[in-house]
Write a new protein. Sequence first.
Length: 210
Amino acid sequence: MKIIIIFLSSLKKYGFKLLSLILIFEILNIYKFNIYEYIFVPSKKKKDEGYVPTPHYFLSLLKKFFYKKDATFIEFGCGRGRVVKFVNNYNNFKKIVGIENNIKLKNDLEKIKNNKINFYFEDCINKKFIKKLSKKYQNKKTILYFYYPFSSLMIKNIIDIFLNQHKNDFRVILIGVNVNIKTQLNFLMNKSQVNPIFYVYDFKYKKNII
């Protein structure tokens, strides 16, 4: 299966220990195994990589970084919705947003859409769309989630837009890519590294600081 081949070909990127954990967690979660999650879907653009689901190992780490309540979770490149469904199991979020540019995945995503989950079929490179998205949730505590593959430049552009428009704390979770970010005057930033490819950026809005 092409997805498994992609995982195995990532030994240099993940390292033996991390790749072993990824494969073990996939096996341990076989009871909720959905074969369609592993069916390879080519990307919309030939130069981009096709859909690969976030491994269950990284999902097991995600909940440590959820806000306690009333937050918004935005996933850039949500694929078939594995992360969205995982996040929906927790009551911390009032809104969960998935963004996907591959229209071939629309039918899969429409099946899990509800009054809390919404999807946009847009390209994350579209700055006009990202600005509208940022403005819509500017007053909410927000988590922005990116799982490889995304270019550092694209992620930086998205974060810069949120830094310029957001008016509350927000957190950025990056897996598989690292970005050099310079914060703006309205925010304090803290960066932490969970493992060799898992980074968390916390942006604290200064109006919230006494």
